[in-house]
Design a protein around this ligand. Structure first.
Ligand code: NAP
Length: 527
């Protein structure tokens, strides 16, 4: 049952007077549920409980935490079809996507559980003492990663499961040993509440401390601001707009004690179509990209919003086929009227820029909140001088740039803001014959793709989902894959510390059986 209340640890609370409802974009109607926004006191209670829980939770064993994560996954699955139907109602996304995303969310929780059970992720590094070293003896030094404290997670609008309540940010922070306070996304607060109830059942079943997880409602920026400013909060995970992410990043840096904000924000994910891709497979790539641009109504952070090629008849043909293919596709329901309106405004703004031509726009009637896909084209010089054209339009939209030559193409890439992904379409030989372009692209992105589409983010240890600002606020870290845990930890070095008082990961006899860097050699051996 949806209560519309805030979950402060195990307690439910709704003392505030500000309420809001979620929206069914397919029916174009508000849902039946009403949510009460968290008050300043409820926010303080949730953070204080998290801070108390941190002392106990950070000391629980890896096995206990792994069990907790696995039970969360089971409890989410146990919510069954009611959860799937709630997700679909609040997002307009289809059943296949809902089930796939639920599977991904459970897979992420289980992957972090396996990471904890294996244990080597703590980066145990040991340099044994050399008492006889000349001219000075060397001390015994042992370093490992430890959790930083309570984390605030801002659920994203476009992944109600995988980047929200029990999504990648929450799973990685809980795995690291950090309690989590979720600032529920107002577009899918019922989905969020159901998942929160599953997490809280898992807290109880696996004997975790109360306060290790809370879920707060909010429909405006105040709750998030108060959470980020709370002195007991030690880190923030965010997925959403550049405007929202940078505002929170700045706020966190104004605190007496600044804290890290890991914000994954907008990206236009440039795609470079090198000459052979256009001459040999131009039609195929055009059809493929029509699918990638419109996938999930273009509501993906890896959506290809920019395609760059060198002017030629084969580029003209690619643009023509892309245009006809994209016009043939049926529009898709967007997540919320606000997202739909943002898409319409973005399309309008970019279409009105100088030198821009429309390649294609879906023109038939469509139901309310259904995105009409659009593709524009512009020449390289106009694109270079007008940075408005470099902006993300969140939805099924892309700009194809006809560059004068390879030099102009490389110059454009160098002038782009940081991106999550960049794609090269071409032959293996062109990677070396167009090295200036490839090198420029690698300098602007977090993931570089060869002959593929950027949509579809594999969840695995080698994934990097983050890029130079403003794609993310810290390009050294990923929000997808098990390396995401590294955002919520810091190294601590123990100098000349007695064996019995060292954490298990650093003891001589390696009781956890983990891989460690001992005197500069990786080993599972005891010392
Ligand atoms: P958003 O406006 O960035 O909001 C995301 C979350 O941050 C919301 O919970 C919002 O709270 C909060 N927030 C925003 N600005 C804030 C501020 N100044 N202070 C405190 N909290 C703040 O994004 P959205 O509403 O989820 O989606 C809108 C746009 O974000 C899309 O059109 C798209 O451009 C972008 N987006 C990008 C990605 C991506 O993966 N890169 C994903 C989703 C969305 P309230 O809603 O309660 O105000």
């Amino acid at each position: 049952m949806i209560t519309g209340k805030n979950y402060i640890g195990a307690a439910q609370s709704a003392t505030g007077s500000k309420t809001y409802k979620t929206f069914d974009p397919k029916l174009n109607l508000e849902t039946e549920w009403t949510f009460t926004e968290a008050t300043a006191e409820e926010i303080d209670n949730a953070v204080s409980e998290a801070s108390s829980a941190f002392k106990l939770y950070s000391a629980t064993s890896a096995t206990e935490k792994a069990n907790f994560l696995r039970v969360i996954a089971q409890e989410i699955e146990a919510l069954g079809d009611t959860l799937i139907q709630t997700y679909m109602k609040e997002s307009g996304l289809p059943e296949g996507r809902a089930k796939g995303e639920r599977g991904r969310t459970m897979g992420q929780l289980n992957a972090f559980a396996a990471l904890l059970e294996e244990g080597s992720w703590v980066d145990a590094t040991i340099d044994t003492a050399q008492p006889n070293r000349e001219p000075m003896p060397k001390v015994d030094l042992r370093k490992m990663l430890v959790p930083i404290g309570p984390i605030v997670v801002f659920g994203s609008s476009n992944f109600p499961f995988a980047f929200s309540t029990a999504g990648g940010d929450t799973a990685s922070a809980l795995a690291a040993g950090c309690p989590v306070i979720v600032k529920s996304h107002p577009m899918h607060a019922a989905t969020g509440e159901m998942v929160a109830s599953a997490v809280l059942r898992a807290v109880e079943k696996s004997g975790m401390p109360n306060g290790v997880f809370s879920n707060l409602n909010s429909s405006g920026i105040e709750v998030g601001q108060q959470l980020v400013m709370h002195p007991k909060v030690k880190g923030v995970g965010f997925t959403g707009s550049i405007k929202g992410g940078t505002a929170l990043y700045r706020l966190a840096n104004q605190r007496d004690e600044p804290i890290p904000v890991f914000a994954e924000m907008g990206s236009i994910n440039p795609v470079i179509a090198l000459p052979s891709a256009l001459t040999e497979k131009g039609d195929d790539w055009a059809k493929n990209y029509a699918g990638s641009i419109t996938l999930g109504a273009g509501q993906f952070c890896t959506n290809p919003g920019l395609i760059l090629g060198i002017k030629s008849s084969s580029l003209d043909n690619f643009i023509k086929v892309l245009g006809t293919s994209i016009e043939e596709l049926e529009p898709f329901c967007m997540l919320h009227p606000n997202i739909y309106n943002g898409f319409e405004n973005g399309k309008k703004e970019l279409s009105s820029q100088g030198g821009v031509d429309v390649v294609a726009e879906y023109s038939a009637e469509a139901a309310p909140n259904y995105a009409k896909q659009k593709v524009l084209t512009v020449n390289g010089a106009n694109f270079l001088k007008n940075t408005k054209l470099h902006q993300e339009v969140f939805g099924p939209f892309s700009v194809v740039v006809r560059c004068e030559d390879a030099t102009q193409l490389a110059e454009i890439i160098e002038k782009l803001e940081g991106q999550l992904t960049g794609t090269i379409l071409g032959s293996k030989e062109e990677i070396s014959s167009h090295s200036a372009i490839v090198t420029a692209l690698q300098g602007r992105v977090g993931r570089i793709i060869f002959n593929g589409v950027p949509t579809g983010v594999e969840v695995c240890p080698s994934m990097h989902h983050g890029g130079p600002f403003p794609a993310s606020t810290d390009s050294r870290f990923t929000s997808v894959g098990t390396s995401a845990i590294k955002r919520w930890v810091r190294p601590v070095a123990f100098q000349n510390w007695p064996q019995e008082a060292l954490p298990a990961a650093l003891k001589n006899d390696n009781p956890l059986g983990i891989n460690r860097l001992v005197d500069s050699k990786f080993t599972y051996d005891k010392i």
